[in-house]
Design a protein around this ligand. Sequence first.
Ligand code: ADP
Length: 425
Amino acid sequence: MTTPAARRWEPVIGLEIHVQLRTRTKLFCRDIAEFGAEPNTHVCPVCLGLPGALDAAAADGVLQPVRIRRIHLEEDAGKSIHDRFAGRTAVDLNRAGVPLIEIVTDPDLRSPAHARDFLGRLKLTLQYLDVSDCDMEKGSLRVDANVSVRPAGVARLGTKTEIKNMNSFANVEQAITFEIDRQIRQLESGQDVVHETLLWDAGRGEARPMRSKEESHDYRYFPEPDLPPLVVSAERIERVRAGLPELPAERARRFCEAWGLPEYDAGVLTASIELADYFEAVAQASADAKAASNWVMTDVLGWLNQRSLEVRDFPVDAGRLAGLIGLVGSGEISSSIARRVFARMTEGPEQAAAIVEAEGWTQIRDDAQIAAWVDEVFAAHPDEVARLRDGEEKLLPFLMGQVMKRSRGKADPRLATEVIRERLG
Ligand code: ADP
């Protein structure tokens, strides 16, 4: 937003995130907590009978630089299904009683992009912790966004609205953008923002007020008499803390320190657990972390992105890729040949060495053969050779390219450069 009106207002955003925990059963009964079963087949009196009860402990925390106001555990409610019977709403209670955590942030976010970035980091953390599958489309991660704007420079918060019903992070970003613009227009025209709940309509790209009946916040939470107070000892907290897996930021730091990677590489490679695991396996097997990083970031991710596939679908296991890296490292094949071997490895089960052997792609280090190619190239491009002699260094890669072409990519480039330099005198 770059309009003059937008510059006069500062957006303020707080998020409420519901995360379904990936447990086998529900919170207080043995019904299975799986997604996608026939409606109302995983239910029992325990999960059917209870009105909403706010269950468990709260905590403060921070996922930088956004403060976490509280996290609590609760039971999920049933789900309304509007598209199963014409004109009627059905209720599926399979989800009732499935454990959820609700994470509530302070109103610390200042832009739609900031909110999206925060959600990305939160999701990654939850995935590293292995507590939820975090699938927004299945409803195992749900985000409500609280949005207000205030005149730039003013400390007091403006009146907020709450937007629900976004089914992707992109939707969350769009919905918040829409709502900020709407509130600014409202205030600029001298009207107030009404405190209300809005539903995002992704099809139309707009948020509309919920009907007032649905909006009633009359949840009637009450203490659950069957739940005794749960006292969590400091020692137990320590034990859990000690057992936590490595989180994304820690893993990225370790990639820099232990593998000597640049921060940029570490950030890209820890963007998912599968990718980080794959990279580490390649780095270990090849004992060349930077080469492993380059191959994974450029060639592996490029291959997967082109096909919209996930890391787990990549057909070359870490050992085979490490084998290819080894052949380049030892000078057996050139990097341009290596790209061809890589392509072949994605199509079949062979090891890199077997492909190189079968195709006769081993790098050529025969001095006489390379000198012959260099002589041919010099004879064919006398002009360029003269200009290079006069100091036009950019012609070296050109002549090298010609030698490589004649060798069909197999000349050892270091040797070829040496011979060219020799011939230049
Ligand atoms: P509670 O008392 O349950 O914490 P609040 O309405 O204060 O309820 O907060 C709910 C959510 O709304 C939190 O994520 C909070 O950060 C956010 N929030 C509160 N006030 C504002 C505001 N003026 N603008 C934007 N977000 C807000």
